[in-house]
Design a protein around this ligand. Structure first.
Ligand code: FAD
Length: 500
């Protein structure tokens, strides 16, 4: 039944119905196949938790506390064997092609047992999502197939994302601030490619990755116009690893320094530069902002899922403890105050999950997942036989017209209000999930008393790990500003965000 004009006007009034109810819009449009895929993914994650994550989580944390140079290859090889590094690479690029939203449920599961290990898998998709957001189909195809090959040969091929610099963290996460950052990452155009200089810090999985999606700038006086996104292989001349950070939590996952000294990167490894971004519907600056928003709309939902996971892990430990412990002559679980605390923790997990799920809907309707979740394309991709993909589809991906077509659909086709909606929701998911993560760790420790402080009860590690979530993928302060910018400011004519 079509809505009357009067009703349509009422729904457009702030807060816009579509902004607050992406799920309702999405339910009829999403392919049903995604439901079973998601269930399958969660079941696999639970099996992996039982067999690999829980038995090794505390040991890895201890090993890397004692020796931060020790690299967790054993775990990465296991995750590679289980097929997790190509699980969410679309089938047309040779991957397993599980639906994208199922990844956040997977990450919640792994995060409930160990955030370091969730990050050792999840961050690979931060690198892959950045490459995908440039819609450079030739490079996406090239790197995706290396990841798939790495799974077959048992030699993991991970991708990292390197944006943060020693003097610029928040600034380079938010395109409107990038011109104010103390940026040194410079890419100079030379014949046949770029020469890169600069340093990147706190790069998750840096030392473990075979490829690094590197964001640098063609002109340090106007970085927001001159993003250069490069795919840099480990071993490139002029590229080396520096120190690994000694951090308070998520110790199992390395945070690396990457050093570039006159490092030449050929044109074929340029995912996006000013020349390419200028040719699109928006200005180069706006396109760069759009690409960052595209990526963070997925990855912030992912960090929200990490937070949900750790909130759940803390809840589950507290629940187990309350069931096993006697206080005042009766089980702790039968004390009313303990029941209220456990109910609060359960509620926190649920709220956090709802936020990342709603963000998934937004990404599926308006963001980077959109093309993959269109019903005809979704089922077409599922049905394609492998030989057809390899013989017909893969060569097509290497054509320049394919990159142009996908940029037209993906970047030019996205409306400004759709960018704001997905980006705003992603910030909500990130802030809520990570705050709930910390909150539940604190509540669990309160309920468990001294037992919670013991390392074999895991909650102490969960608390250390969860603090980091509030910082990466944009600090929670920055994400609050983004919520204001994307979802509130447009109905306040006098509001200025990121004022100088
Ligand atoms: C464990 C870990 C893993 C990471 N992994 C990666 C990775 O894989 N790749 C990568 O590129 N980066 C990574 N990072 C870097 C991360 O994205 C940055 O730490 C984050 O963006 C914050 O930057 P900063 O630490 O430099 O803080 P700063 O930018 O120095 O901020 C300091 C404080 O000032 C506030 N602030 C700054 N600017 C503003 C503003 N304009 N308005 C209001 N408040 C402001 C911040 O909220 C914060 O409270 C990782 C970080 C950690 C801790």
């Amino acid at each position: 039944m079509a809505l009357s004009q009067e009703f349509r006007v009422l729904l457009e009034r702030e807060p816009k119905f579509i902004d607050i109810m992406c799920s309702l819009e999405a339910t009829a449009k999403q392919p049903k196949g995604m439901i079973n895929e998601t269930k399958e993914v969660v079941a696999i994650a639970r099996k992996f938790n039982d067999e690999v994550v829980r038995p090794y989580a505390l040991e890895l944390d201890r090993k890397r506390t004692e020796d931060p140079e020790f690299l967790p290859w054993e775990f990465v090889k296991k995750a590679n064997e289980w097929g997790f590094y190509s699980m969410w690479i679309p089938k047309i690029f040779g991957g397993k092609g599980y639906c994208m939203p199922s990844m956040s449920y997977f990450i919640e599961e792994i995060g409930s047992a160990c955030l370091s290990m969730a990050n050792l898998i999840g961050v690979h998709y931060l690198g892959f999502a950045t490459l995908t957001a440039t819609w450079n189909m030739r490079l996406v195809n090239r790197l995706a197939r290396k990841v798939v090959k790495g799974e077959k040969t048992g030699d993991p091929c991970l991708i990292s994302l390197a944006i943060t610099e020693p003097g610029a963290g928040t600034d380079v996460e938010e395109s409107e601030l990038v011109d104010r950052g103390k940026i040194t990452g410079h890419a100079e155009k030379v014949k046949g490619g770029y020469v890169v200089n600069g340093r990147k810090v706190f790069i998750s999985n840096g030392h473990l990755s075979a490829w690094h999606m590197l964001v640098v700038y063609g002109d340090l006086k106007r970085p927001s116009d001159t993003y250069v996104v490069l795919a840099v292989p480990t071993g490139a001349k002029g590229f080396s690893f520096g120190r690994q950070e000694h951090k308070m939590g998520q110790k199992g996952c390395p945070a690396s320094e990457l050093i570039f000294e006159d490092c030449f990167i050929p044109d074929e490894l340029v995912a996006m530069d000013e020349g390419q971004s200028r040719g699109l519907f928006r200005s180069a600056r706006e396109t760069n902002m759009q690409i960052i928003d595209y990526v963070v709309s997925v990855t912030r939902a992912g960090v929200g899922a990490f937070g949900t996971g750790v909130a759940r892990g803390a809840f589950e430990e507290a629940l187990k403890f309350a069931g096993e412990t006697e206080v005042d002559g009766k089980p702790l679980i039968n004390h009313e105050w303990a029941q209220c605390m456990l109910a609060e923790m359960y509620k926190n997990v649920t709220i956090a999950r709802l936020c990342y799920v709603e963000t998934n809907y937004a990404n599926g309707m308006y963001g980077i997942f959109k093309t993959l979740q269109m019903k005809p394309l979704y089922y077409y991709a599922k049905m394609l036989p492998k030989f057809y993909i390899d013989l017909v589809i893969a060569p097509m991906m290497n054509k320049n017209w394919m990159t142009k077509l996908m940029r037209k659909i993906g970047l030019d086709g996205q409306k400004d209000e759709e960018i704001h909606r997905t980006s705003g929701w992603a910030s909500i998911a990130k802030v809520v999930g990570t705050d709930m993560g910390i909150r539940n760790c604190q509540l669990a420790l309160e309920l468990m008393g001294q037992a919670g402080l013991r390392q074999d009860k895991v909650v102490e590690k969960h608390l250390r790990d969860s603090k980091l979530l509030q910082i990466y993928e944009g600090t929670n302060q920055l994400n609050h500003l983004n919520i204001f910018k994307c979802l509130i400011a447009r109905s306040c004519p006098r509001a200025v965000v990121f004022d100088e």
